[in-house]
Design a binder for this molecule. Structure first.
Ligand code: MF3
Ligand code: CO
Length: 247
């Protein structure tokens, strides 16, 4: 069931999303070589709490942290810990804030110091995939046009699209219908209605799109060990386009 939100609900989602947006820029200004992924998580926890919100991820299905901090070959759901960030790493930070009954969700991939041209291109193309996906998005667009646009752009650049994780609706729950895959056939899927709130989150890999989950039950890594990047924003579908809430 795809909910259409009222303007009152959207106003509340906007508040949570503004915290996510500001937290992502705060992390971007602080993240650097020598930090552990746990220290990144602490920045996120403190920022969200001091904004009067709750980190939605903490305790979600038993997830033990406030952010997902995914380095290089980790695609998503990297559990923060003792791993030390090194020059040349790319680090995806994904976080959600919950306030006044509604969630916001966003992710960025940061470069630590000088990174290879290949990884730089991967990070850039992953962001571009998001903007390609929203280029023609508005009320009436078939859902799978989103994934079609992401896949076209990723594959045209020689990269692959992660299949086993998707974007999603968001609101009172962090994950609501519909699931928003990053691949698909143009012109298919339900037509999106104005007032639908979605998280669109391309996850793009340098090599294979195949992933496996480590024994911790969360950390998803590429099976070839090559890097992946992640970029996510929450947005509202409007009659004439989209309204970005975490940017
Ligand atoms: N923020 C993630 C998403 O984009 C969800 C993280 S899963 C959690 O859907 F367990 F860490 F919360
Ligand atoms: Co999400």
């Amino acid at each position: 069931m795809i909910f259409v939100k009222t303007e009152e609900e959207i106003e509340k989602i906007k508040v949570s999303c503004a915290i996510v947006r500001d937290c992502l820029s705060f992390v971007g200004s602080r993240i650097r070589e020598g930090m552990t992924t746990r220290q990144v998580d602490e920045l996120v926890y403190d920022f969200i709490k001091s904004s009067g919100a709750e980190p939605s991820c903490l305790g979600y299905c038993g997830y033990p942290a406030s952010a997902c901090v995914s380095v290089n070959e980790t695609v998503v759901h990297g559990i923060p810990g003792d791993r030390i960030l090194q020059e040349g790493d790319i680090v995806s930070v994904d976080l959600c804030a919950y306030k006044d009954g509604f969630h916001g969700d966003g992710a960025r991939t940061f470069c630590i110091g000088e990174v290879s041209e290949e990884k730089k291109k991967l990070v850039r193309v992953t962001e571009e995939c998001f903007f390609k996906a929203i280029g023609n998005l508005k009320a009436g667009t078939p859902l799978y046009d989103i994934g079609y646009a992401v896949q076209q752009h990723a594959e045209a650049n020689g990269f692959s699209v992660i299949r086993s994780y998707t974007g999603h609706g968001i609101g009172r729950e962090m994950h609501e219908d519909p699931s928003v895959p990053n691949f698909g056939k143009k012109g298919t899927g339900p037509r999106l209605r104005a007032g639908t709130v979605l998280c669109i989150e391309p996850m793009i890999a340098l090599g294979t799109w195949k992933v496996r989950v480590l024994p911790d039950g969360w950390t998803a890594v590429t099976t070839d060990g090559k890097a992946a990047a992640h970029y996510e924003n929450t947005l509202v579908i409007r009659e004439d386009g989209v309204e970005l809430l975490t940017l």
